[in-house]
Design a protein around this ligand. Sequence first.
Ligand SMILES: Nc1ncnc2c1ncn2[C@@H]1O[C@H](COP(=O)(O)OP(=O)(O)OP(=O)(O)O)[C@@H](O)[C@H]1O
Ligand SMILES: [Mg+2]
Length: 576
Amino acid sequence: MNKKLNYFSTVKFLSKYILAYKKNYIMFAIGWLFDILLSIFTPIMFAVMIDEIVYYQNVPVFLKISIALVIMILFACIVHFFTQQQYAYLQIMYAFEIKNDLFNAVQYAKAEALTDMQAGDALNTIQSHAFECMVFVIRNIIHTLNNFFALILYIIYIFVIGWQFGLLMLVGIPLSVYATVKFGKVTRKCNDEYNAVYGKYSGWLMEGLSALQDIRLLNAQEVTEKKFIGFQKNLFHRENQNSVIKLSSQNVVQTINFLVQMSVYALCAYYACRGEMTIGVLTIILNFFTNIKGKVIFFSNCFIEAQMRISRIQRVYDLFHLPSEKDWKGKDRLDITDGKIEFHKITFGYKDTQDLFQEFSINIEGGQKVALVGKSGSGKTTLAYMLAGFYKPREGSIAIDGRDISDCSLKSLRQNVGIVQQDVLIFDGTIRSNLLLGKKDASEQEIMEAYERAGLGEFIRSLDDGIDTVIGTKGVGLSGGQKQRIAIARIYLKNPQIIVFDEATSALDNETEALIHDSWKNALVGRTAIVISHRLSSVMMCERTAVIEDGVLLEYGSTKEMLENSNALKTLFAIS
Ligand SMILES: Nc1ncnc2c1ncn2[C@@H]1O[C@H](COP(=O)(O)OP(=O)(O)OP(=O)(O)O)[C@@H](O)[C@H]1O
Ligand SMILES: [Mg+2]
């Protein structure tokens, strides 16, 4: 469980983005400081002009100040333009950096963290919650700091004019702050609840949209519609609650400000009646008071909004702090000579579940093809994932050519271990771009060899655009078998020394499977292959077979002999 963010820890968490663009921030801050000084000097100069004309009819001084004001305001326009330019740039860059970091955090998250994460929720966090971080940096850090500085200057000046007015401010401001903080706490709670529901909703919606076909097949439209309406009502109710709290808070703060304003007017009236206040000074006080009121309302709104934002930023923070593969300790390069694999007394269980393997061992000689069979759920895929470094055994070790894989870098490990998975992921794009994921600089010849070997040649030649045909959601749909063959061609291009075929031919017809088995014979020479399969034809391709059950290596030996003598294998494949 990550720590719960509050205002200050959020500032600390996000301030690194301000530091990353220090130069632009300093330029923006200087421009802004100029704006503040202008907002202080302009009313003072106006006041002097009024007093000089009303009380002394001093036209030359009036004119001089007017000209100075015009020059100042023209200069301010130019400064303002550059300040706004920096501001727009900072906004874009903060959002860019935050999204980049988030995407990286998800991209490198450990496998166990990914299984807990709903893709819809992560998408929402990267797209909209990252924006909230940027707004927080701009409004709740930069503007708040700047406005705070401005507020102090105004108050000091008001004290210089008259301590009575300064005291009034010092009574009014804490009252507003108190009301704001009180409302802020309620807001945060409501928003945490809203965001939790929203996260669940977006995860659910994304899953639902990607499974529309299954929903229809199950005739489950009414159930999903009810759930959708349920989510909407829940979210609407919470949104309503949030806006009521925000409005109440604004009203209370405005009422307090109004009362302080009336007191200031009364005090001004009192001094004016006694002839102790000129019209000029009166305008300065009223002007500064309006400014101070604006700043207090800004702080109040900002604080309430911050509470809403922090509960979204919390999700960004949690994503940032997912356990990462970058913490993998191994740094050495794994260079394979034989491709010998040893699982030595490994103990492993998924989070919150019983151990799947206890002191499990198996040795696979380099260059061998080994079939790994066992009932569904017996842990075959898990073994492949551990070999690729997705999960680490709690005890024991996995070695390739005598090197413990935890001492090797994940990059070199995955260069040498390729897995063709049960569920093949095809990216939107051409067949070529999908194949090039295996080797980004593959030559035309290499690509052709790979797809021919994977049994895709005939299919590709039947397409008008051949290898440049667009596939995926925006292009030609592919059958399960075609997807698997693309994954197999991809692995051929990647050319790892160790290949795991995890049910890689389960979606293929017998003819294509035979074709692929044929191509394995050449492609796998000198490589170690683990073939995980529920099909006897795939098992028969391999020299050796390992049967696992309940995390135990039940039998392991030559496939030929086991097909004759092994009861475990015969039972599994219902061979009499
Ligand atoms: N991410 C996960 N979190 C928790 N438990 C998991 C996870 N992945 C798999 N399991 C559990 O671990 C066990 C082994 O799963 P695994 O996918 O390795 O089985 P398998 O032998 O490959 O099965 P199949 O033949 O159906 O593909 C199963 O009981 C499964 O429910
Ligand atoms: Mg499996």
